[in-house]
Design a protein around this ligand. Sequence first.
Ligand SMILES: [Zn+2]
Length: 104
Amino acid sequence: MLKCPSCGKGKVLSGYLKVKDECGCCGQELHHASVDDGPAYFTLLVVVAMIFPMFALIYGFFEPEPLLVALSMMALATVLALFILPRVKGVFIGLQWAKRLYGF
Ligand SMILES: [Zn+2]
């Protein structure tokens, strides 16, 4: 998911969310890939979709402190989002490249 869409070997991101100028492997230019907030919205959607059923599950089996649940869910959501975001971004860049959506 985080690999160059052209050769599938080089990495697309340098650092956490920084898009590389070009693939270090095949030289495919990546700097014009601008996916903006798309990945962030998508990540939010996925995280929310994952968290809500967990609330139902937890309250189905236990009777936990609401504050405790809220806090642990916030922590979980943050970790999930941080884990998913770079991967979603890689996918968006790949899709953009595949559909030639970048600067003509
Ligand atoms: Zn490449």
